[in-house]
Design a protein. Sequence first.
Length: 359
Amino acid sequence: MGKGIVSAYLNAVGSAVPGHDIHDAFIAWARSRIEPRMQRVFDRMASRSGIAHRWSVLPPTADGGSPVDDAGFYAAEPHPGTAARMTLYAEHAPDLAIRAIEALRAKVAVEGITHLVVASCTGFVAPGIDQIIARRLGLSSSVERLLIGFMGCYAAVVALRSARHIVRSEPKARVLVVTVELSTLHLQPANEIEPLLAMLQFGDGAAAALVTAEATGLELGTPFAAALADTEALIRWDVTDAGFAMHLSGEVPARIATALADTEFRAIVSDGRPPETIDGWAVHAGGRSILDAVEHAMQLKPEALAASRQVLADNGNMSSATLMFVFERLLAGPPIAHGVALAFGPGLAAEGFGFRSAP
């Protein structure tokens, strides 16, 4: 946003989710694994999750059942190994990404792409998903590609930040940013409440965005990054022989609230502005308790995080794709004078940037 330096704009966002809603079936499956005396606690926590739907690329069974029902992908234990899960990732992740790009195409022209930035942490395939997407779109072989992997929930910030850097250094660049996550490929046979509640948060989704120097949409401002001390064990994905095992500590919301209570950290997040002067919040919908922590620590009005809460209700936490879904909603809303994007992920680290509506 400085003088003499070209600005980068998030022109539009398109999104896509699979057609199979697995949220209620997962709750029933998880509840059956908990000892009876703890089921009431689980029921209360599940009902307060703020999530109504989560979508999965895993298809329903022939009789309409879910992946955890008889004949479903997770019907028997031990559950399928990582190889079987990655086979599904290689099949479905590109398809879902292309659907998101088509949704973007309905809003803005996506011809003339010069750079492709893809973020995904729920699978691996080589040639990479970036190459698969480029090939399916018929992009020129000269298109520069960047694949951002295993950064988790704040990877959308990293992807958009990278796109901003590209446009500011090459004003004619047209950067296609794609985030695609298939979190439901990594169900684990847990029997304790904490890991089951962590898995209850996650769903599948993809989003695509166009970032250029054309002054439409949202102007991407100065990025920030900060790691919270002594928190590296709170959010973790372990690659195992049976998929990626997520560890999401129940301490995360409290640690976020503590960090945001620090004057210096709050100033970084809000770019030195009083929170009440910020009229656009794009906060990663990592869970209701995380959104509550941000709202309370920053003393925000309840409606400030409405876009994030609606994305959580409709889709759950889709890892890196989630923040892009929030931006899609904000782009459809009223103009924003001073916005803040904020996401937390493995580290425990916070990543974000300022933004505002194009003039």
